[in-house]
Ligand binder design. Structure first.
Ligand SMILES: [Zn+2]
Length: 120
């Protein structure tokens, strides 16, 4: 995953809320087109509320975060994006304890996020 903007202010403008993060994730996840994980159908409807995609054949609904890093985090997408940005933008990488302090999350969660980031 890559962000074009390099500073946190620009980043905040791109992703002011969870919805914009979901829109981005949706684009990223289905950049090669949507294929239903249940029946393999490609025609779908995008739900405006949360950018989930609804298969036109079997009506299986898949959220943009399903099976990704974001799905496993217990806080909102915007916060998760911020944390990921910090971890990816700094060349040396921000330490888990710094992230924990800055975002008010536990160190365990921060370390978990770090591992998930590396797995993206
Ligand atoms: Zn389907």
């Amino acid at each position: 995953m890559e962000f074009t903007g390099e500073n946190i202010l620009e980043f905040g403008k791109h992703f002011p809320d969870d919805k914009s993060c979901l829109a981005y994730l949706s684009e990223l996840k289905w950049s090669k087109g949507f294929v239903c994980t249940k029946c393999g159908h490609t025609k779908h409807t995008v739900r405006k509320k949360n950018y989930a995609r609804d298969c036109n054949r079997c009506h299986h609904i898949e959220s943009p975060t399903a099976g990704t890093f974001f799905h496993r985090l217990r806080f909102g997408q915007q916060k998760a994006f911020g944390i990921m940005f910090e971890m990816m933008a700094t060349t040396k990488g921000i330490s888990a304890s710094q992230v924990a302090r800055r975002y008010g999350i536990s160190r365990t969660t921060a370390r978990e996020s770090e591992q998930l980031c590396k797995a993206v």
